[in-house]
Design a protein around this ligand. Structure first.
Ligand code: ZN
Ligand code: ZN
Length: 355
């Protein structure tokens, strides 16, 4: 009896597998349709009211299959903003289930190539997917207008192609590219870059010498605050900006690991590379620097981003962090591409998720 039942069950499973095999194209296409349909829903509608931070790129100029170049999404209520647009920013945003078409603004910290390489694609996809008739604004410190002029020039022909192909109603030429908001920052003070009833985005000067200007941003929404350091050494202004913030997203570099790479470059007669490795630690912060700063500023949570160098092996993460997690008493993490951190309004909660 048991044997008969068993044979019957196996036969049923085999028959099911055979049907699935012969209908694999239909099944796959149905799955594609389902996933695509889900992707076309409004992702912002499903979020609770609050500040949400999406790490769409936690890497640096180093080639790193695990980390895209600098890219941080900040969603305040129903408004989505992008901070820095490294290579692949637009694709990373889509991979996290968001649409560049919903971007209300882009904020650039400084003009090192890894922070602007992806801007052209962000502007093009935002134009293609945006449906509310508003031109994007790109905010940045002095120099952003020159950078944006360059992108506009580079994309002039493609902009023309898109309008010619899809028509001006679908791709209105007047909405292509972006308006530019160029602002100045003064050491020791804050520049209000965007102000709305419940939202304040301020820029402040950081220390990324000789790169000048270089700024960080503080975003406050309905009593919740996140500070993005931009590229900087450990800096008093970042500490001031981050005082009592719910979350500090700070860049970090491990001098120990970079020194190893420098030695390896010297041993391989790569003197130019060795020189670059010897120069970069002096304008970035170490994880320990960040921990000390965050502890003194009484920050709630710390997430490291702009990770230098890549950390392809698990023990490298421990070496990278060193004593930092012992110094900072709260949660102290290495950010990963796809991390999604929510700060709901009306609470002190910080919720970590993946997208
Ligand atoms: Zn950088
Ligand atoms: Zn930089």
């Amino acid at each position: 009896m048991v044997k008969k039942l068993l044979i019957g069950a196996v036969a049923l499973i085999a028959a099911g597998a055979a049907v699935a095999y012969f209908q694999r194209h239909e099944i796959t296409l149905a799955m594609v349709e389902k996933v695509a349909s889900k992707r076309m829903q409004d992702p912002l509608a499903a979020l609770s009211d609050g500040l949400h931070i999406g790490l769409c790129g936690t890497g640096s100029p180093f080639p790193d299959p695990d980390r895209a170049a600098p890219c941080t999404l900040v969603i305040a209520g129903k408004n989505m903003f992008l901070f820095d647009a490294g290579s692949a920013a637009a694709k990373q945003i889509a991979t996290m289930g968001f649409s560049t078409g919903q971007l209300k603004g882009v904020f650039i910290t400084h003009f090192h190539s890894d922070h602007i390489d992806g801007l052209g694609e962000v502007l093009m996809t935002r134009w293609a997917q945006h449906t509310e008739g508003q031109k994007l604004t790109v905010h940045g410190p002095s120099g952003i207008a020159q950078v944006m002029n360059g992108f506009e020039t580079a994309y002039t022909q493609d902009t023309g192609y898109r309008t010619a192909h899809h028509g001006a109603a679908t791709m209105p030429p007047e909405l292509a590219g972006a308006d530019v908001n160029e602002f100045t920052v003064q050491k020791g003070s804050y520049t209000a870059v965007l102000q709305q009833p419940d939202l304040l985005i301020e820029a402040f000067a950081v220390n990324h010498q000789p790169i000048n200007p270089a700024v960080g941003y503080r975003i406050s929404y309905k009593g919740r605050t996140v500070v993005l350091s931009g590229d900087t050494t450990s800096d008093a202004q970042v500490k001031d900006a981050a005082r009592n913030a719910d979350l500090l997203v700070h860049e970090a570099l491990s001098p120990e690991l970079v020194a190893r790479l420098q030695d390896t470059a010297i041993n391989n007669n790569r003197s130019k590379l060795a020189k670059i490795f010897s120069d970069i630690p002096n304008y970035h912060a170490t994880p320990l620097d960040v921990a000390v700063l965050a502890q003194e500023a009484e920050v709630g949570h710390v997430v490291l981003s702009h990770i230098v160098p890549p950390l392809p092996l698990p023990p490298l993460r421990e070496i990278f962090l060193g004593k930092a997690p012992d110094v900072f008493k709260g949660p102290f993490r290495i950010g990963e591409d796809g991390d999604f951190i929510s700060l709901p309004t009306g609470s002190k909660e910080v919720i970590y998720d993946r997208r």
